[in-house]
Design a protein around this ligand. Structure first.
Ligand SMILES: Cc1cc2nc3c(=O)[nH]c(=O)nc-3n(C[C@H](O)[C@H](O)[C@H](O)COP(=O)(O)OP(=O)(O)OC[C@H]3O[C@@H](n4cnc5c(N)ncnc54)[C@H](O)[C@@H]3O)c2cc1C
Ligand SMILES: *[C@@H]1O[C@H](CO)[C@@H](O)[C@H](O)[C@H]1NC(C)=O
Ligand SMILES: *[C@@H]1O[C@H](CO)[C@@H](O)[C@H](O)[C@H]1NC(C)=O
Ligand SMILES: *[C@@H]1O[C@H](CO)[C@@H](O)[C@H](O)[C@H]1NC(C)=O
Ligand SMILES: *[C@@H]1O[C@H](CO)[C@@H](O)[C@H](O)[C@H]1NC(C)=O
Ligand SMILES: *[C@@H]1O[C@H](CO)[C@@H](O)[C@H](O)[C@H]1NC(C)=O
Length: 456
């Protein structure tokens, strides 16, 4: 503020220039990158506030990773396929925790909808809020540089190759983080005669029928793909070191749990405990890396495959606070979190609140890091919300004035998580209904009687 006044004082003779600076402040130009859940919800709120924005999306589609594509590798324009969706996917969170604020999934939507249903929901949102006209499809963002106090965004049309260079005051990044495989190299894998893929390229279980399959990892992909593959495979060997006690007895008799992999040879896999299993195929469910190839050091951030730092409130670039990352958090109702972040970013751009000073934001971030380290954890956990999720929403509301995400959603997630650990095969039989901001009911599907939940 002070700087601006001084600058305007110096150039008061140059009315045009002052006008331009004034313009920037009252009419900021916003670039949203990606048209998935994050890009669409940002577009929705920016539009509502009459803010001047453009969404750049490198595919022809809205919905990001929710669009299933049977292909693997590259798309028709030579871009790496972004989506990691597989054909049999149903959401791993119940309906109320998958909804954007104030826009319900249709009543006839199953409790844990298929990707088709959810993808349709996202397309409906784009249509309902008339967002498509703000989206430049087939525009790949190539670079975003901070020069002379603006964001220089270079993007190119993926078919014509035409390049565009534009200046923006704010950049909202919604490019997702479930696209670039974390692909460990396994000792001896060059000898292995079977197939090896990463879950990013897993589409259907059919190729695994009557085969012996090794699945590595017990994150959401590892668990869900195991469930489906176990139905067709002759044997499913599951290697992981997850502390979660998923009850293996619920798996069909084909299932066997093993520790971490030591190495592969021609016919199978040796584990760290010295045991050996013959296998035909390997599916690596080893997660994804953070990947921002269009950013450089002018952003002021430090990037690694496991983290982006330093960020205030898990999203604001502390060194250049006109850049916001959406959906970087993990272990949360991601869609709900993204929606709240999009509202927070919009409130920020609108001028509804101002951020603390850089020093204060750094101190806040540093205390977050110190807390992690004190618990013996590392930077790789820096984006985890987990049991801090509800407090996070409260915090965002306190700071920005956005409507608070109702605590009931976190309570539902908590109960759903317990149900998953108890029985991975049956947790999707539950239907959760929100009663008010604090309470919900849970019932088994096809049961007419409901019993009120008393977990508060
Ligand atoms: C298999 C799978 C299952 C999942 N299941 C669930 C679930 O059940 N519940 C849940 O809440 N979450 C789930 N998720 C998490 C999911 O990522 C989020 O629900 C949500 O889709 C994240 O949206 P996003 O907009 O951040 O990213 P994305 O959906 O990944 O969208 C990013 C968009 O950015 C575009 N883009 C990328 N780079 C560029 C560039 N340089 N220039 C222009 N455009 C670019 C992409 O084309 C894409 O359209 C799942 C994820 C996967 C992979
Ligand atoms: C929006 O910003 C662009 C530049 O990014 C500018 O060309 C356009 O005139 C602006 N539109 C409005 C309505 O201000
Ligand atoms: C692979 O290793 C196992 C365990 O050491 C061994 O029994 C098996 O014969 C090896 N396979 C080949 C083809 O060498
Ligand atoms: C900004 O504040 C106005 C006035 O209080 C409010 O109507 C609007 O919803 C707020 N916008 C956001 C995105 O929070
Ligand atoms: C529920 O939460 C919303 C959003 O914070 C708020 O506007 C509304 O008043 C709350 N409803 C009740 C009954 O408290
Ligand atoms: C559950 O609670 C709601 C609201 O408190 C109440 O209206 C409803 O009758 C209760 N249902 C049952 C089955 O107890």
């Amino acid at each position: 503020m002070y700087k601006r006044l001084v600058f305007c004082g110096l150039c008061f003779v140059n009315y045009i220039m002052c006008e331009k600076i004034q313009d920037k402040i009252t009419n900021p130009r916003v670039c949203v990158i990606g048209a998935g859940v994050a890009g669409l919800s940002s577009a929705r709120y920016l539009k509502e506030e009459g803010i001047n924005f453009t969404v750049l999306e490198c595919t022809r589609y809205v919905g990001g990773t929710w669009r299933y594509d049977p292909r693997v590798g590259t798309d028709e324009n030579g871009l790496p396929l972004h989506t990691s969706m597989y054909k049999h996917l149903r959401t791993n969170l119940p309906k109320p925790t998958m909804e954007l604020n104030g826009y319900r999934l249709p009543d006839d939507t199953p409790s844990y909808p298929s990707w088709e249903r959810y993808y349709k929901y996202l397309k409906d949102i784009a249509e309902h809020f008339d967002l498509e006209k703000h989206i430049k499809f087939l525009h790949l963002v190539v670079s975003v540089k901070r020069i002379d106090n603006v964001w220089k965004v270079k993007h190119k049309h993926v078919i014509t190759g035409e390049e565009f260079n534009e200046d923006y005051d704010y950049v909202l990044i919604g490019t997702g983080h479930h696209s670039k495989p974390n692909r460990p190299v396994i000792k001896g894998e060059e000898k292995f005669k079977g197939t090896i893929i990463h879950s990013h390229d897993y589409r259907t279980p059919e190729p695994y029928a009557h085969r012996r399959v090794l699945i590595i990892g017990a994150g959401p992909s590892g668990m869900e793909i195991s469930l489906v593959v176990a139905e067709v495979a002759s044997r499913l060997v599951h290697s992981h070191h997850s502390p979660a006690k998923f009850d293996a007895t619920f798996f069909p008799s084909v299932y066997v749990k093993r520790p971490d992999v030591q190495e592969l040879n021609e016919t199978g896999v040796v584990f760290v405990d010295g045991s050996f299993e013959e296998v035909d195929d390997v599916i690596l469910c080893t997660g994804y890396e953070y990947d921002y190839p269009f950013l450089d050091s002018s952003s002021g951030l430090t990037f690694s495959t496991i983290s982006v730092v330093p960020l205030y409130k898990y999203m604001v670039n502390i060194h250049e606070p006109s850049m916001v990352f959406m959906g970087l958090v993990v272990r949360a109702c991601l869609v709900v979190a993204i929606d709240a972040q999009a509202r927070y970013a919009t409130a920020l751009i609108k001028g509804n609140f101002t951020l603390p000073s850089k020093e204060e934001m750094m101190a806040d971030w540093q205390s977050h890091v110190d807390n992690l380290l004190a618990k013996g954890r590392s930077l790789k956990d820096i984006h985890i919300l987990a049991d801090k999720e509800d407090a996070y929403y409260e915090d965002l509301t306190r700071e920005s004035g956005i409507a608070r995400v109702p605590p009931v959603l976190f309570k539902i997630r908590d109960m759903d998580m317990k149900a998953k650990i108890k029985n991975l095969f049956t947790y999707r039989n539950y239907v959760y209904t929100v009663l008010d901001n604090e309470t919900f009911t849970r019932r088994l599907q096809d049961e007419s009687t409901t019993s009120n939940n008393t977990v508060m």
